[in-house]
Design a protein around this ligand. Structure first.
Ligand code: RI2
Length: 318
């Protein structure tokens, strides 16, 4: 039988689900932290009991956001390093794995930032969609190289994460023009790059990112504005090597329209997909901590880094 989930794990899951904690890299960081809390705060008196608790905690965390592959990749990282014949040893293996994971994540983002910055020239204007810490890392690295950049920031309905991007760019000293999503095509003529993040990258090079990314990419291609995805390799989806598709998260319709207003309108359907899929032909490069790749070649990197090592060890009884 599976063990108890620590209240802090449940709180982390709730924060991810409500998007108080959001962004693929931040989510990955939060889930390994939560597993470490489960391990250190546990009262389990046998390694089997602690393993059961860790599996239960992982399942609670895993169900929160189905599209962000960084979440199962992070869980798998820890589960693949579970080791120890005693509670103490097992506990330590979780803490060490979580710490190593977080350190690697930070390093990867800094490395990725320097790669992405090389694409940006002094005086360039970047158009952004949603809020991505990987994208911000590229811009921050370019600013550190004394490049002067400006940004056109899409507000990104329905959750308006563009506001977070705008604030962080201002903190970096980058001039920001905030636009509504539907103004993107009009402003593309003023952009030198479209720079977006990713929640999941499939083996065929398709980029799964915040809803609205694919429309932006199609318009950018029509206007010859290069589209670059900044994505640490934790966003690569190994399941897609074996033909699985990426599940697109559907969120509450109340994010799109106030329930009272909806009731006033009458019988309508409201859809709220959180993400869309941009085919590789609209993406010029995927920037990772290992360098930049044409999307069509990303399958090689996925195979090298993940092999066919997928699965959900938190569902197993072993
Ligand atoms: P970083 C976000 O999703 C955006 O789609 C963003 O591009 C992606 O996560 C990656 O974020 P959401 O959590 O890992 O806002 O680059 O739904 O921070």
């Amino acid at each position: 039988m599976d063990g108890d989930v620590h209240p802090e794990v449940a709180a982390t899951a709730e924060a991810i689900e409500s998007m108080e904690t959001r962004g693929a890299a931040t989510i990955a960081d939060a889930v390994v932290d939560a597993l470490a809390t489960q391990a250190t705060e546990s009262d389990a008196d046998t390694p089997e009991a602690l393993r059961a608790e860790l599996r239960a905690a992982a399942r609670e965390l895993h169900r929160t956001r189905p599209t962000a592959v960084s979440l199962p990749n992070a869980l798998r990282y820890v589960f693949n390093r579970l080791d120890g014949e005693s509670v103490l040893g097992l506990r330590q293996s979780v803490v060490t794995a979580a710490e190593t994971f977080t350190a690697q994540l930070d390093r990867a983002q800094a490395d990725l930032g320097r790669v992405g910055a090389n694409r940006l020239r002094d005086g360039d204007t970047v158009m952004t969609h949603c809020h991505s810490t990987d994208v911000l890392a590229c811009i921050e690295a370019a600013v550190d190289q004394s490049k002067e950049l400006s940004a056109i920031v899409k507000e990104t309905r329905p959750r308006n994460q563009g506001h977070i991007t705008a604030g962080e760019l201002r903190d970096l000293g980058v001039p920001v023009t905030l636009i509504v999503d539907s103004a993107a095509r009009r402003f593309l003529d003023e952009a030198d790059h479209v720079l977006v993040g990713a929640d999941s990258i499939a083996a065929d090079g398709s980029v799964v990112n915040k809803i609205g990314t694919s429309g932006l990419a199609v318009c950018a291609r029509q206007r010859d504005v290069p589209v670059v995805t900044a994505a640490q390799t934790i966003k690569l989806n190994p399941d897609t090597l074996t033909g699985h598709t990426v599940e697109i998260e559907t969120r509450d319709e109340a994010e799109v329209i106030d329930p009272e207003r909806r009731a006033d309108i009458g019988e309508i359907t409201v859809e709220n997909p959180a993400f869309d899929v941009t085919p590789p032909r609209y993406v010029d490069a995927i920037v990772t901590e290992h360098g930049q790749f044409p999307p069509e070649s990303i399958v090689t990197l996925i195979r090298d880094l993940y092999g066919t090592g997928t699965g959900a060890p938190w569902d197993e009884e072993a």
